[in-house]
Design a protein around this ligand. Structure first.
Ligand code: MN
Length: 271
């Protein structure tokens, strides 16, 4: 008998929960208090955002998406360490801002979960975060050319997207991962009040007032990077001015994009 993918995952999830109560793991210290049960609609958006961003070429086997907990602004929701394409509702874990899981039950966390906690702590306006290594964006993190808005769909990029340089504070021998709250705080400081920050030789982080907006900002960051690189090959590029970038901001269009992305993602949900 073959077990369908989702059932198998739920089955394994059950096994992991059972294992957590075994004596070998009994000394694990209890995590921070839970903020409560998140809304099923938020969990659905978060799971869908993972699948959408894979389908749209913004995430591959790596990268992750989180949501601020809708019942407790001091907590956030993020999958256990798993390729975004395989994330289901059962994989979503709850964390405090220091990246400590509320109830790990033996599940492994993403090494770079500190990106999320630090930004939620610094930015009360942010309720969704995407971390990606998408290929069109990385060249702008390692060259002298700044990523900036060239398309009306990416006005939120403004006239220059900041680049987080790990070496500035953490030396030239790190593994370049945001693997503790201190590095997370430094990244959040570079992001400042913007919607996107690049990470040199690594990727980027896009944020938004909702998971849907963070998804849209991540998608159009990759989109703008491709267009900007193509245009640069042709000659001198005309960019959006600060005023144009501010006025073309497309946040009110998010539902149109989300609707079509959602439909495509649902068509290939794990069975
Ligand atoms: Mn990364």
């Amino acid at each position: 008998m073959t077990m369908p993918g989702q059932d198998r995952r739920l089955f394994l999830f059950g096994l992991a929960a059972a294992t957590a109560s075994a004596p070998a793991l009994a000394q694990t210290s209890p995590g921070p208090a839970s903020g409560g049960t998140p809304s099923p609609a938020l969990i659905e958006d978060l799971v869908l955002a993972n699948h959408i961003l894979v389908q749209q070429g913004v995430l591959d086997a790596f990268g992750h998406v989180s949501a601020r907990h809708d019942k407790d602004p001091q907590r956030f929701l993020l999958s256990r360490s798993l390729a975004p394409e395989q994330v289901t509702a059962a994989d979503i874990m709850e964390y405090d801002f220091d990246g400590t899981p509320v109830d790990a039950r033996g599940r492994t966390s993403y090494v770079e979960r500190f990106i999320h906690g630090a930004i939620y702590r610094a930015r009360p306006d942010v309720n969704g975060i995407v971390h990606s290594h998408s290929p069109a964006v990385i060249p702008f993190s390692v060259s002298s050319e700044p990523l900036r808005a060239v398309s009306t769909m990416a006005g939120y990029l403004g006239t220059s997207v900041p680049v987080f340089e790990m070496r500035d504070q953490f030396g030239s021998s790190t593994d370049m991962l945001v693997r503790d709250p201190k590095i997370g705080a430094a990244l959040a400081k570079t992001l400042d009040q913007r919607m996107v920050v690049l990470m040199r030789g690594h990727g980027f982080v896009a944020v938004g007032g909702t998971v849907r907006l963070a998804t849209m900002h991540a998608y159009y960051t990759e989109f703008n990077a491709r267009i900007q690189a193509d245009a640069m090959k042709l000659g001198k590029v005309t960019y959006l001015t600060e005023g144009e970038a501010a006025k073309t901001w497309q946040d009110n269009q998010v539902e149109r994009a989300w609707s079509v992305w959602r439909e495509k993602a649902l068509a290939v949900q794990p069975k």
